[in-house]
Design a protein around this ligand. Structure first.
Ligand code: ASP
Ligand code: MG
Length: 827
């Protein structure tokens, strides 16, 4: 319980409005009543809509009658049954009078309809009268229910007091007359609770009318004003106004507060807020509007008031679909006054409403965004209006672009704050969304951009993420869930909560592929990826895999290739060109054909997508990153030397003459330090590939053929089976023993070293002084030594464990995070 000092005094009058969904059936009415009775208010005004679907049903009924459709009576019966049913369910034994009243109402309706069927048409007046009846029934149901629960309650039929004018721009309230009539009504109905019909009113000629479809919100605001309420609560089925449509942006956040201006801007652009016209009576009186959830009455909802708060520059983002851009372009427009006026009057004559306008200061073109349904008419109107200028070439063209949506970012906080537009455009640019037109009013409360509708979802998500309304979201696809890939997937999952919380990065694993199968997840693969993937039956199809990742419309996509497949590497350029980032420990691309490597680099440069492959050399060790930093900061690399094979490092660290070389190879194989076929390590090709990768990073157009590689596998053993090879391995012992003796005699050691310098690239066994950095490595450590213009006397050395699934996966993961940081994640 709150302390007496903290609890606010009960509000004098509070107005509530419940829509059709909130009063869909008896259960819902009861829930509404519970909710109202739980509130401590001196005077309570409740405006209700018709039961869900009833307005549509009434309009349909009138249409059927006028159209001479014989089945109208069945519909009439259905509608009456639905209301009678609700009355009985709500009132039980007390329902007699209400049902009788309903029957009377429906009899009158039938008489009206009967008359209609004679005329065979549907006069507007009759339609107005019929379509508003749902509210009349609904208010009575709620009122009678409250009374049956012992409440002091009156039902107000708004047609008795509310007087309005229907003009071209909507409905205007005659406040004076309405207030007078309300005062009269109130004199004879002093109840503490009043239930009011939404939607309906009378015009000045005393004819029954309505406030337009979905007009009950407006009724809510009008009666809040007429009753002089302190607040208007609009009850819906969501917790309030969200930062974006949650069906498009699942991370959308609920907004605690909005200013009237923000709410209006959001509403204009189709957000599910209250309509600006609805708010006008409240705005004029400074009356707070609270949007809240019928199903979560304890939730505070969203408060819309005159106050502008400083909670971020952008409050909400909205999308308006189904639009088109009409562009009028020509040299004849420059400096000519009145063109805009002619454009707009031509459009007005065709009753085309303009959603957005943009004209560059060169005045070379004017572009308007209009509704798609109006687009063809708009174009024809302009072609006609400017026929003369088109004929003589002063105007070159009137262009129409279909399939357009407008994305609007709204917030009072944008005014006077630099960088907001930059942030929006940056987010859209990174997500590779092309912008067709831009508009920002000088109120600076709204920036609108026209984009292709096919980009709309992605654009909304990217912009939402860009304003920190939601995390930087990536669709992630992993190929090759083996040792490294598997470790990566485990690491991704373990890091997820921290990445989300601290860095605002959301990596959504949407696809896994092995060499034969793939798993495409509708949402993300969260738990037990191994179990889920084991069930996957879909055959591998990299086209489908790619489409699936892109189809999620997440702002960014990254494919992690943990396979060793050249066929997958052939895909990189295409992926990068499509804006998909590629991260890999696969050496194929970095050390394979130069042509493919250049195509990859070009695609990445053109699209801005990143290609990262740190783990190809020295696993997780920062070898490539270090080299890149050297090159990017303008250093010149004179040589790169290193030991890039953990296997060969271990073998020569151990090879001191006490045990034969072949025996060491057997031991290494038994401990899993070698490939299943140790010749893959001993041939030196893998080391050669790593050297090619580093050479290319250092700016040399090198290929594997350019590297002199000394293979440690004698010619005679190259074609043998693995068993044969292992059995005959001691044939190499004499030769290795001899080389060791020679090295020792000179006070040196043997090491398998890769080297790149002015003279070229080579990989092979060399003698090194016993105090050399490479002579004192531990276990399977890798080492790389960069000698550069800056690091000349003393080279820059990176050293450490350079193999193993865990550290390799960590290197891949770090690349993924670097890509995320490059896209704006706070890492
Ligand atoms: N019942 C009316 C309609 O469906 C008014 C409203 O519910 O706001 O348009
Ligand atoms: Mg590395």
């Amino acid at each position: 319980m709150s302390s007496p000092a903290a609890s606010a005094p009960p509000l004098k009058t509070v107005a509530h409005k419940f829509g059709g969904t909130s009063v869909a059936d008896a259960t819902r009415y009861r829930h509404v009543a519970d909710l109202l009775l739980a509130r401590d208010e001196d005077e309570q005004v409740t405006v209700v809509s018709a039961m869900k679907g009833v307005t549509d049903a009434l309009i349909d009924l009138a249409g059927r009658v006028a159209g001479n459709l014989a089945d109208w009576r069945e519909r009439w019966h259905e509608l009456r049954a639905r209301h009678r049913g609700a009355a009985v369910a709500l009132l039980g034994e007390d329902s007699g009078a209400t049902v009788e009243w309903l029957d009377g109402q429906f009899d009158t309706l039938a008489e009206v309809l009967q008359a209609l069927s004679v005329i065979g048409e549907l006069p507007r007046e009759v339609l107005e009268r019929v379509q508003g009846l749902g509210e009349v029934y609904s208010a009575r149901l709620l009122g009678d229910h409250l009374r049956s629960r012992g409440q002091d309650c009156a039902v107000l039929d708004a047609r008795e007091v509310l007087v309005v004018d229907r003009g071209e721009l909507g409905v205007d309230v005659d406040w004076e007359t309405s207030a007078q009539r309300l005062a009269q009504w109130r004199a004879s109905h002093p109840a503490r609770r009043v239930v009011v019909t939404g939607f309906v009113a009378r015009d000045r000629a005393n004819r029954i009318t309505t406030l337009g479809r979905n007009g009950s919100d407006y009724s809510g605001a009008i009666f809040a004003a007429l009753f002089n309420a302190a607040e208007l609560h609009i009850w819906t089925d969501v917790d309030g106004v969200l930062s974006a449509d949650p069906r498009v942006v699942p991370e959308a956040v609920q907004l605690e507060s909005l200013s009237y201006d923000e709410a209006c801007e959001l509403a204009y652009f189709g957000a599910k807020v209250v309509h600006p016209q609805t708010m006008s009576p409240a705005i004029e009186r400074g009356l707070p509007i609270i949007i809240r959830n019928t199903f979560q009455p304890e939730h505070p909802g969203t408060r819309i008031t005159a106050r502008k708060d400083a909670a971020g520059p952008v409050k909400g983002l909205t999308l308006s679909p189904d639009l088109a851009v009409v562009n009028l372009e020509g040299t004849g427009l420059i400096g000519v006054p009145g063109t805009a006026e002619r454009v707009f009057s031509a459009l007005r004559a065709e009753r085309v409403s303009v959603v957005m306008i943009s004209q560059g200061s060169s005045e070379h073109s004017i572009c308007c965004v209009v509704k798609a349904v109006d687009a063809a008419r708009a174009r024809t109107a302009l072609l006609t209006a400017f026929a003369h200028e088109l004929a003589i070439g002063q105007i070159q063209r009137v262009q129409l672009t279909d399939g357009v949506s407008v994305l609007a970012a709204v917030g009072d906080g944008m005014a006077g704050l630099p960088g907001v537009a930059a942030r929006l455009f940056e987010s859209l640019g990174r997500a590779r969304v092309n912008i067709l037109a831009i508009a920002q009013g000088s109120s600076e409360r709204n920036i609108s951009v026209a984009i292709a509708s096919s980009d709309a979802t992605k654009a909304l998500r990217a912009a939402h993420a860009g304003f920190w309304l939601s995390p930087q979201t990536f669709a992630v696809g992993v190929i090759g869930p083996g040792h490294v890939g598997g470790a990566l997937l485990d690491q991704l999952r373990a890091a997820q909560p921290q990445l989300l919380g601290k860095a605002n990065v959301d990596l959504r694993l949407r696809a896994i592929a092995s060499s034969h199968r793939m798993l495409l997840a509708e949402r993300s693969i969260e738990d037990d990826w191994r179990g889920v993937f084991a069930q996957a039956r879909e055959p591998l199809d990299l086209d489908r895999f790619t489409e699936h990742l892109l189809a999620s419309h997440l702002p960014h996509t990254v494919i992690v290739d943990c396979s060793a497949s050249p066929a997958v590497a052939d895909r990189y350029a295409g992926w990068l060109a499509a804006g998909i980032h590629v991260v890999t420990p696969n050496k194929q691309a970095g050390s394979g054909s130069l042509q493919r490597f250049e195509a990859i680099a070009e695609a990445a440069a053109a699209s801005g997508a990143r290609f990262r492959y740190e783990a190809t050399v020295g696993a997780g060790l920062p070898v490539i990153t270090t080299l890149r930093d050297l090159v990017d900061t303008g250093d010149a690399v004179t040589s790169i030397e290193g030991i890039f094979s953990g296997t060969l490092a271990w073998l020569f660290n151990r090879f001191d003459g006490s045990v034969s070389f072949s025996e060491l190879v057997r031991q290494a194989r038994a401990m899993g330090y070698t490939e299943p076929d140790p010749r893959d390590d001993l041939s030196g090709t893998d080391v050669g590939r790593k050297l090619v990768i580093l050479a290319r990073e250092a700016g040399r157009a090198l290929s594997l053929e350019d590297v002199r590689i000394e293979s440690l596998v004698p010619q005679a053993l190259r074609q043998a089976s693995v068993e044969d090879f292992m059995a005959r391995l001691d044939e190499v012992d004499a030769d290795f023993a001899q080389r060791l003796v020679a090295a020792k005699a000179a006070g040196k050691v043997l090491r398998y070293v890769a080297r790149l310098d002015q003279d070229g690239a080579s990989v092979g066994l060399v003698e090194l002084p016993a105090d050399h950095a490479f002579a004192n490595l531990r276990q399977t450590d890798n080492v790389v030594q960069f000698t550069t213009r800056r690091y000349c006397d003393n080279p820059l050395i990176v050293q450490g464990p350079g193999a193993g699934p865990e550290v390799t996966a960590a290197g891949v993961f770090a690349d993924v995070l670097r890509v995320a940081a490059g896209q704006g994640a706070r890492l």
